[in-house]
Design a protein around this ligand. Structure first.
Ligand code: WTA
Length: 647
């Protein structure tokens, strides 16, 4: 039994009740929705679905034949109509949908009416290129408003999009296009990143050479450098859209028709094409955008993710636009031209609700408090995080230096597969604790289980989602068997997300990291998050990653990779001090055997630490697959350093 459980070490006692002023004005002010959802889950989700615009209502809320769910069976709707037409029809066409800032500094404001016309034009362009309902369209673009236009145009004509992050290589793009069998690729000449041009069209050309399904490539002019255009295949965005009509009749889609495929590589294996459908997904992201971010008419929302990730799909495109709010979109890097760029954007555009990733917060911590201090952040009223466990010290920094101890923080746990937020505080009612995603969103049922499926009331275990939810993935594109194997075989009828977690005495969930990364020291299974948090708790440390390294006696010994905050130097004394700090903070058991200072940690392109590669280094193995790394150089530099120290 002990081998099934995960030990818990970190004891975080700080807690923050919703500030009274915030709670008074929040959408959710009491626990009634939790009770309503627990009592009648389907009726509760149907209430949310009714807030969308349907062409035909559904006959049944849920049909559940594990592991396949259908939500809002028989219902008909169009996602782009919900994001655009209904706001325009309600007289809100002049409201700003997107305030966009390019990396070089230009600003564009786009209203819902303008976005509606742009989407309709581009939908007509796609139709003119032979894209029909059900055809897949690949999108490989920078963070410009046109990427939103392209996605919604696909939704309008019922062609599932598959967006590939603009930082991916030609090979990654090629594999995803081929798996999805996309007919058209939408790209740009280039995009700006840290002052240089990312040559998207060149990557697209390299990819499409080996993509027989692609008939046309639409090219947006963004950076203006000359790019070759292949006659008959390539067309310019501006030429086609200027000739297209600004009206396009939306396709009437079934609630269960595919809306998009999004590939997730995770940290290992062939990318999985996660399939999301229309009615349930839209309902889930609409509900969570409204209640988790507590958005109302006057808010300015900024989710800093790239649209190439699910966070961008759900909380830049479908959630905020279905809700009809104003949001900020930014093209480039957070440290260009200087390390205060994000805070300048918040101040310039009056951002009220800000949503980012722990990896970004740890970078801000490393850069120093003087950068946010230079700007007026008084408009901010709510902060959010997603993507990784947030170390309590990073949470506290965010709370103090960005939220000025005034803004609640919503730590939102979810995945590409879940479509929308699953575990999160509702900011007006749930007391938060630094490092905990707290409780499931109303209508979501999560538990902690052991390997046999027994419930773990308090302590560590496997996170499990025990009933279907509207935004859940429907399958893996083209590989339903892998879908079953990957998510549904650990316990019958229960979804296994692959994360370890603990529950505290209040029933709060604390995500401990991927179970594949769990350490096993002398028979104790320890989540990476707790040891890393103990390291980040030390004033010199900006970021930490720990891995288990094979050890004759203990099974595994802990190797820690640490980056320091600006102004601190690496010394042997500090190394010993850090080992001692972990032992003091969470116990001698978790004392790292080895601490290695690094300038950077290897991360996936979405900012997650790749512990698998660090484990290869710590165990002296040849490096595993580094193709999903943001900066492959980081690993080889680390490896050299580590080998020097070992020898
Ligand atoms: C991790 C991102 C702790 C987790 C939306 C999950 C988190 C994976 C959190 C999904 C959080 C995401 N606390 N861990 N708040 N949010 N994760 O598919 O391991 O890019 O399984 O989706 O990120 O990553 P994905």
């Amino acid at each position: 039994m002990a081998t099934d459980r995960i030990d818990t070490l970190l004891d975080e006692q700080r807690s923050f009740a919703p500030p009274a002023a915030f709670a008074r004005g929040a959408h959710v002010r009491d626990r009634a929705p939790y009770e309503r959802a627990a009592h009648d889950r389907e009726g509760y989700w149907a209430d949310w679905a009714r807030q969308l615009q349907w062409v035909r209502p559904w006959d049944r809320v849920l049909e559940w034949k594990p592991p396949h769910a259908k939500w809002f069976v028989g219902g008909k709707l169009n996602a782009s109509v919900n994001c655009l037409d209904r706001h325009v029809a309600a007289g809100r066409g002049d409201k700003t949908a997107i305030v966009w800032e390019g990396e070089p500094g230009e600003v564009r404001r786009i209203t819902y009416s303008e976005l509606h016309a742009d989407v309709s034009r581009f939908a007509n362009v796609l139709k003119g290129l032979g894209v029909a309902r059900g055809d897949r369209v690949a999108v490989y673009m920078p963070m410009v408003p046109e990427v939103v236009v392209a996605m919604l145009a696909c939704a309008r004509i019922g062609a599932p999009h598959t967006v590939v992050f603009g930082g991916f290589s030609a090979e990654s793009l090629r594999d995803r296009i081929n798996d999805a069998q996309a007919k058209v690729l939408v790209t740009a000449d280039g995009g700006y990143r840290r002052g240089t041009v990312v040559t998207l069209k060149q990557h697209a050309d390299d990819a499409v050479r080996d993509c027989p399904s692609i008939r046309h490539v639409v090219v947006l002019r963004r950076t203006g450098q000359p790019v070759p255009m292949q006659p008959g295949r390539d067309v310019w965005w501006h030429e086609r859209t200027s000739a297209a009509a600004p009206q396009c009749e939306p396709e009437v889609m079934d609630a269960e028709d595919p809306l998009f495929i999004l590939y997730t590589s995770g940290t290992t294996g062939k990318p999985k094409g996660i399939l999301h459908t229309t009615g349930g997904y839209l309902t889930h992201v609409f509900a969570t955008t409204k209640w988790v971010f507590d958005l109302t008419e006057n808010d300015v929302f900024w989710c800093t993710a790239d649209v190439g990730w699910v966070t961008g799909h759900s909380y830049i495109v479908y959630g905020p636009l279905a809700l009809g709010v104003t949001q900020v979109m930014y093209e480039g890097a957070p440290d260009h031209p200087a390390k205060d760029r994000f805070w300048g954007i918040c101040a310039r555009h009056g951002v009220t609700v800000f949503y980012t990733a722990p990896t970004a917060i740890r970078a801000f911590m490393k850069w120093g408090v003087e950068h946010p201090a230079r700007h007026d952040l008084s408009q901010l009223r709510l902060l959010g995080t997603v993507g990784e466990p947030i170390n309590p010290e990073a949470w506290m920094w965010y709370h103090q230096h960005i939220g000025k101890e005034r803004c609640p923080i919503v730590d939102t746990w979810w995945q590409t597969e879940t479509g929308g937020i699953m575990i999160t505080p509702l900011p007006g009612v749930v007391t938060t604790k630094p490092g905990s995603a707290t409780v499931p969103f109303p209508g979501i049922e999560a538990k902690l289980l052991d390997g046999e499926g027994g419930e773990v009331a308090t302590g560590g275990g496997y996170l499990a989602i025990t009933s279907p939810w509207p935004g859940m993935l429907r399958t893996i594109w083209g590989d339903d068997e892998r879908y079953r194997q990957q998510y549904w075989t650990k316990w019958p009828g229960v979804y296994f997300p692959g994360d370890g977690a603990k529950r505290d005495d209040n029933g709060y969930f604390w995500i401990l990291g991927r179970v594949d990364d769990v350490l096993n020291v002398a028979g104790h299974r320890i989540g990476t998050m707790e040891v890393e948090s103990a390291l980040v708790d030390h004033p010199a440390v900006a970021e930490a990653a720990v891995v288990g390294k094979a050890h004759d006696l203990k099974g595994q010994a802990i190797a820690a990779f640490v980056t320091l905050k600006e102004g601190h130097t690496t010394t042997d004394a500090l190394r010993e001090e850090l080992k001692g700090h972990v032992a003091k903070k969470i116990g001698a058991l978790a004392r790292p055997d080895d601490v290695l200072f690094a300038a950077d940690l290897p991360k996936t392109r979405s900012g997650k630490i790749m512990r698998r590669l660090l484990k290869d280094i710590a165990e002296g193995r040849a490096l595993g697959d580094t193709t999903t790394l943001a900066d492959p150089g980081v690993v080889s530099r680390l490896k050299d350093q580590y080998e020097e120290r070992e020898s």
